[in-house]
Design a protein around this ligand. Structure first.
Ligand code: MGD
Ligand code: MGD
Ligand code: SF4
Ligand code: MO
Length: 750
């Protein structure tokens, strides 16, 4: 009997007739869920399911993963290369050779005329790692522009910068398994239930088994905040004040882990002198961060006295003018309480895009592959030697970040651009300014699996890319787990895998450097393995060591965490269960368990974080805080989820969360349209009344084109150059409803 139905209208699960399951990893968020896609006996894709044996998701998927197989044939996919002379002309279809020859010629012309760095490349966190490595080789080793960066500057740059400043290297030290050991968890600006639903499920399961306090710091009452034991609705942009004040309480009350600090950290005296200043006392800090002084004391004591404690954070910290400082300060909190490298004690940056980690590790954006730096002579020599080129071909310091590349187009310093799997027309702050920059480009190439991606409006050449399981290669997830996507589907129409595009493009630049490019992604993986086992700059073993991995081992273990050295792979089991020495055959779950950090003296750095509030604040003219972020059913600029009916139907229209009391004051009703205006521009949105946001704040998902990013300011963090997407001010006006409905319908092309 099904739910009391007996035999009347029994629920029938249609037989999908799956002939073969193919192993892949989800291509949306960084959780890294293992997916099996089911093909029938004609090779047609009929269904997909979470892999029950995968450590990460244990059979579960969120709405996006469950429907991901629908994207292969969704409308707007690019079918063939396109070209035109001027961006306002119609595109003409062309073949790959012509499109690539034209692109290579244009790149060379621009570089000859204006210098090598006048052509920029902006990549993404959504390709496969082998593709990143190959693109890096092409750009660093052949095209030779230093203005090469990724959309990770909008996403993870502050986490990278904070990790490097504190620990000497990037790479999250913890893992999801830490939820099962922690005695206290603090989440800063991270809304797991919507943005990382399966990580949230892991957290929830751990908390149900063994309750521990969950403290959520977020100006908005997010789903995670609703589930928290303590919610701290912080004044936007002031997390560093809260953390300094917590450190103040810890040092004043002798709650810090002095033994750990003295043995393993630099700058203890300086940090103590800073945070014990009177201005960080909770009675003063409360005025700036908006959290009551007693609350600050309670949370500081709870965190410091917990057996083990851990912090997670996402964009509420990274996307701020104090993003890098925020990350470094969270690391301070964990170093001061001795919570690094312990089960349940860690600083775990929750990553954004599916392979934002892979690009950080291997793309050479901002550096050289394998966490190597352009600034380091030894690193330049190692890579030049490996690629068999002259080290002098490399620049000696990194070039412009993505957020500085667009202003450099404005000033005429950059004349040509290649955009790979990113859509800045919707995702960059201050759209009106980006639009002007795009118009100025002499040459723009857009490489995307969708030809209707907004940025393509300005391109001269369009490369139709294959997507997800039409390709083969790896991703690295939030917890350093390398997982595999098997090629399950043929490439759509005449689209090509990004790997193929880069390697074919390389053939057009051999006169500069004739580098060897492997023919297959697996060949590129073998090169990365070789590079990963060479010793680090202080003679130590690299943490980012993948030399023990292979595609088959990764698939068998359903993902392996690095470090995973050749010695770890020795032994006779590939079923991922056998223990060998200290390491599980699934890799190492934690970094820095030995408290040795990749810094010159092996100690971690405590970073001194002072605070100057430089955000655009609400004022008489623009009285609302404007916050932006995501919802569960959509991914970024909706190129994918906007076309999947069962995702799009939940929020097909740009909308804004607004507090009912504020709405009443302005005479605005639920589901009415309003105009929102900032110093940069305006947008029309539908109002959703909710107590989730404070009376002086609004929240808009950034998934919609010509919406919130027409208003955002995007001041940059000085270290990471990441924009503060979440802090600016705006005013709300009533508008003619019929006119607004018309604008809205026009924008709802999908
Ligand atoms: N469904 C879905 N999931 C996704 C994505 C997606 O597009 N859709 N994108 C992926 C990517 S690339 C990323 S980067 C992640 C992002 O994941 P999250 O960072 O969790 O998501 P956001 O909604 O951008 O922002 C999180 C929270 O930051 C809060 N916040 C704003 N200002 C502040 C502040 O000053 N301090 C603090 N403490 N918090 C603040 C916001 O109120 C918001 O609730 O999600 C990933 N997962
Ligand atoms: N206001 C506001 N703005 C934000 C944010 C915010 O919180 N608020 N968050 C920021 C963050 S964290 C991020 S990560 C960025 C994301 O910003 P973007 O990277 O610009 O957004 P996406 O829509 O993910 O763009 C990725 C593009 O790659 C394409 N694509 C997908 N797979 C492939 C592939 O395999 N090959 C190729 N060639 N193309 C592919 C997709 O169709 C899509 O067009 O947005 C940022 N912008
Ligand atoms: S949680 Fe992230 S990785 Fe897992 S299915 Fe959902 S979008 Fe994919
Ligand atoms: Mo992101």
């Amino acid at each position: 009997m099904l739910f009391g139905r007996r035999k009347r209208k029994p629920i029938v699960i249609p037989e999908k007739k799956v002939a073969e399951w193919k192993y892949t990893t989800c291509n949306y968020c960084s959780t890294g869920c293992s997916i099996e896609i089911g093909l029938d006996d004609t090779g047609k894709l009929v269904t997909s399911r979470g892999h029950a044996g995968a450590d990460v998701n244990r059979g579960k998927l969120c709405i996006k993963g469950l429907l991901e197989h629908e994207l292969f044939e969704s409308p707007g996919r690019g079918t063939q290369p396109l070209m035109r002379d001027k961006f306002h002309e119609e595109f003409k279809p062309t073949d790959w050779d012509t499109a690539m020859d034209t692109t290579a010629t244009k790149i060379k012309e621009i570089q000859d005329k204006y210098g090598r760095d006048s052509f920029a490349v902006v990549s993404t966190g959504q390709l496969l790692t082998e593709e990143f490595y190959t693109l890096g080789k092409l750009v660093r080793g052949q095209i030779g522009t230093n203005n090469y960066d990724g959309n990770t500057t909008l996403c993870m740059a502050s986490a990278v910068s904070g990790y490097k400043r504190s620990f000497g290297a990037d790479g999250a030290p913890g893992c999801y398994g830490d939820f099962e050991h922690t005695d206290c968890l603090m989440a800063f600006g991270s809304n797991l239930p919507e943005q990382h639903p399966i990580i949230y499920w892991r957290l929830k399961e751990a908390k149900e088994k063994r309750n521990f306090p969950l403290i959520v710091v977020d100006p908005r009452v997010t789903m995670l905040a609703q589930f928290a034991d303590i919610h701290l609705p912080i004044t936007p942009g002031t997390d560093c004040v809260l953390i300094n004040s917590m450190l103040h309480v810890m040092f004043k009350e002798g709650l810090e882990d002095r033994a750990y600090l003295e043995a393993h950290c630099n700058n203890l005296e300086e940090l103590e002198a800073l945070v014990t200043q009177d201005k960080w006392a909770p009675e003063h800090a409360q005025k700036e961060c908006g959290i009551d002084e007693d609350r600050i004391r309670t949370v500081a004591r709870l965190y410091a006295k917990a057996g083990t404690a851990m912090s997670i954070w996402t964009m509420g910290i990274n996307q701020s003018t104090h993003g890098s400082d925020g990350v470094a300060n969270i690391n301070n909190l964990n170093l001061c309480t001795g919570n690094i490298g312990k089960p349940g004690g860690t600083s775990l940056s929750i990553t954004g895009q599916c392979n934002a980690m892979g690009t950080r590790e291997w793309s050479s954006c901002s550096g050289l592959p394998g966490y190597r730096a352009l600034e380091n002579e030894n690193d330049r020599d190692t890579i030049a030697d490996f690629w068999k080129i002259d080290p002098e071909f490399f620049p000696k310091q990194r070039g412009l970040c993505q957020t500085d590349i667009f202003p450099a187009i404005e000033t005429g310093e950059i004349k040509g651009l290649w955009l790979v799997a990113t859509n800045p027309m919707t995702s960059m702050p201050n759209t009106p300014r980006i639009r002007k920059a795009m118009e100025k480009l002499e040459f723009l190439v857009v490489q995307d699996c969708y030809e209707d991606v907004e940025t393509n409006q300005y391109s001269h050449v369009y490369f139709p890319a294959s997507v997800w399981a039409e390709k083969e290669g790896c991703h690295t997830n939030t917890e350093r787990r390398v997982n595999l996507i098997r090629n399950a589907m043929p490439a759509y129409a005449d689209s090509k895998p990004d790997f193929w595009i880069f390697k074919e493009m390389a053939k057009r630049f051999t006169e500069r450097n004739d580098i060897h490019f492997p023919e297959t992604p697996e060949g590129a993986f073998e090169e990365m393995k070789e590079l990963s086992k060479l010793p680090g700059n202080y003679g130590q073993q690299r943490n980012l060591d993948i030399s023990g991995m292979s595609y088959d081992k990764i698939e068998a273990a359903r993902g392996i965490q690095w470090p995973y050295r050749e010695v770890d792979a020795e032994g006779n089991s590939t079923n991922g269960s056998k223990l060998k020495g200290q390491h599980d055959l699934k890799g190492d779950p934690r970094l820095y368990s030995d408290a040795i950090f990749p810094t010159p003296n092996g100690k971690a750095n405590l970073i001194l974080v002072d605070f100057v509030n430089n955000n655009e604040q609400p004022c008489d003219e623009y009285p609302f805080w404007l916050n932006s972020g995501r919802v569960v059913e959509h991914f970024h600029t909706r190129t994918r989820t906007g076309k999947i009916g069962n995702c799009n139907k939940f929020s097909p229209t740009p909308y804004m969360e607004m507090n009912p009391d504020a709405a009443e004051e302005l005479g605005i009703k639920h589901q009415e349209y309003v105009r929102l205006t900032s110093r940069r521009g305006d947008a029309v949105v539908m109002v959703q009344l909710t107590q989730r946001v404070a009376r002086n704040a609004v929240f808009i998902p950034f998934h919609f084109h010509d919406c919130v990013n027409r208003l955002t300011l995007g001041l940059l963090d000085p270290y990471s150059r990441q924009p503060a997407f979440k802090q600016c001010s705006a005013r709300i006006e009533k508008i003619d409803q019929a006119e607004a409905a018309r604008i809205n319908a026009e924008r709802r092309t999908f």
